[in-house]
Each structure stands twice: as structure tokens, then as C-alpha cells.
Design a protein around this ligand. Sequence first.
Ligand code: FE2
Ligand code: FE2
Length: 213
Amino acid sequence: MRVFNAFDRLINEVDASLRTLFVKPATMRPSPAEQHKNAIDLTNAERINAGRLMRVNHSGEVAAQGLYRAQALTARTPEIRAQMQHSSDEENEHLNWCETRIDALGTHKSYLNPLWYWGSFAIGSIAGKAGDRWSLGFVKETEDQVVRHLNQHLTQLPANDIEDLAVVKKMKADEQHHANVAASSGASRLPLIVRKVFMPVTAKVMTTLSYRL
Ligand SMILES: [Fe+2]
Ligand SMILES: [Fe+2]
């Protein structure tokens, strides 16, 4: 079997980032929106707001790809590497679902996605280098915060927008599962300043900018 050197790995990661940013990934599970197709017409204002909220969620999934790719790359053990890779595959389905909704709502993906991807990749590398327990701790905390964020979106999306609500609900269940798996795999609890300051502030910057751009 060929052993990859540092340059091979770099090319691999650039390739993965370009795919995440510019190619809609395949999805094994159909989007939860499918069963409600064209259920109810939204007003123009509702459609614009829903499009922006789903763009924010799409950016979150782009960031998740950067995080998980970096954490898989820096994992110490094959088990943790495989776990990070599996989560990354599931997040790819979320990317597909969000992009489909963005298209249907007539808006665009965030122009800042390259920044979110590579910024998250850098953060994921630091978490991974700190060791598997910290890396898992970072996954656990990230997913917990994403679940709280998605809960907010469930109240912010128009109540009759059942297609987007179905997508967000399913994503929330998946993210909760990712958090549980990380916790049961031996995640360490992150320092308070990381949980309460660094992560919420970076998430706020990303969600605020992606809503607009
Ligand atoms: Fe996700
Ligand atoms: Fe997740």
C-alpha cells in the first residue's frame, strides 16, 4: 500500500476543500424535505428569511467538514480517525440537504465559505494535535452548541415552512447523535473559556456574516 507523504496529504486536503466548496455532495439518505415537496407557498419575505437561515446552516456544515477533516488527519488512533471520517460523511449529507433548500429558495451559498472551511480546518488541527480526548471534547461541545443553534432556527423559520423545518429537525437529531458518540468515546470537557467565550464568539461571527453574505 502506498504511504502518503506530506505533499500528498496537502493535495488531498486541497482537493477535499474544493469539493466541499464547489461540488454538491451525494446523499445516501434522501433529504427530509422530499416528503413535503412544494407543500406550502411562502410569502416573499418568508422565503428570503428562510433562504438566509438555510445559508447559515449550510455554512455551518462547510465548517463541520473543515473541522472533521482536520481532526481525522491529526487523530492519534485509527479508531478515532475512522469515527471522524464517518461523522464527516454524515455531515456531507447535511451539506447536500442545505444546498438543495438554498437553491429551492432562490438564494446563494455564503461567499465566505472558503474562510469558514479553512478557519475550521485550522481550529480542528489544533484540537486534533492536543490529543484524541481533547479532540473528542471539541466535537462534543461543537455539536452541543450546534443543537442549541438549530433549536433557535426551529423557532425562527416560518411556521408553515415545513420543508426547511423537516431538514433542521433531522440535522439536529444527527448532531445530537454525534455529540453522544463523542461523549461515550471518552471526550474530555473543554476549559470554560473555550466553551463559553471562544466557541460562541467564533460561531456568532460566522452565523451573522453568513446570514448577510
Ligand atoms: Fe451537520
Ligand atoms: Fe454533526
